[in-house]
Write a protein of this length. Structure first.
Length: 201
């Protein structure tokens, strides 16, 4: 890319080169590497990520997400986020990219709808099925994490119990040592006296 090129130049509608590329599914790496503003917003409230999500360009969406594009930025006119846009247009791959990146799927548009609501209204079954599959994966992940934490807690509790027992045993031995030594010494002295008497006989 020409170093002199103004990558942030916008047309009369506020569209930058990055937005045009995102809309048309073109390679974004050069622009992103040149530090194009991934969160720039056009006059109509759309960002590059929203445009990629609207037009089903999952690779562009992932590139923008990796470049730290704002996942939950909303169009001020209607409250649509990139997730809403992907859902309403039936772009399941973009939906998955956004969900995996951690977008807030519970956000509502200005008329009170979530992205899932919009997919349901539009009959976008591919999006609904993908969301259901992602939810199952997330549920299974959480269950595995809970089991892992439970096992870790049980292991730590067992180690603590073993350490407490070892400490108590050690303390008991130390407390008994003087008594045991005294007893041993008395037995030794007694045995010596007995042996002496036996020798005289």
């Amino acid at each position: 890319m020409n170093a002199k090129a103004n990558i942030e130049h916008a047309d009369n509608n506020g569209w930058t080169a990055l937005m045009f590329c995102a809309q048309n599914g073109h390679e974004l790496c050069a622009l992103i590497k040149a530090e194009a503003n991934v969160n720039a917003v056009a006059n109509d409230g759309f960002s590059a990520l929203m445009l990629a999500a609207q037009n089903g360009h999952a690779m562009c969406a992932r590139a923008l997400i990796e470049a730290k594009a704002e996942l939950n930025a909303a169009d001020p006119s209607n409250g649509f986020t990139a997730f809403h846009t992907a859902c309403i247009h039936g772009n399941a791959d973009c939906v998955e990219a956004l969900v995996r990146a951690g977008c807030d799927t519970s956000l509502r548009s200005k008329d009170g709808r979530t992205g899932r609501d919009m997919a349901q209204e539009q009959g976008n079954t591919a999006v609904l099925e993908r969301l259901a599959a992602l939810k199952r994966v997330d549920t299974n992940r959480k269950k595995k994490e809970q089991k892992r934490r439970k096992k870790q807690q049980e292991r730590l509790a067992a180690e603590e119990e073993e350490a407490t027992f070892s400490l108590a045993t050690s303390d008991h031995v130390r407390a008994r040592t003087p008594f045991l030594l005294s007893t041993a010494m008395r037995c030794s002295a007694s045995c010596a006296v007995s042996a002496k008497h036996s020798g005289r006989r």
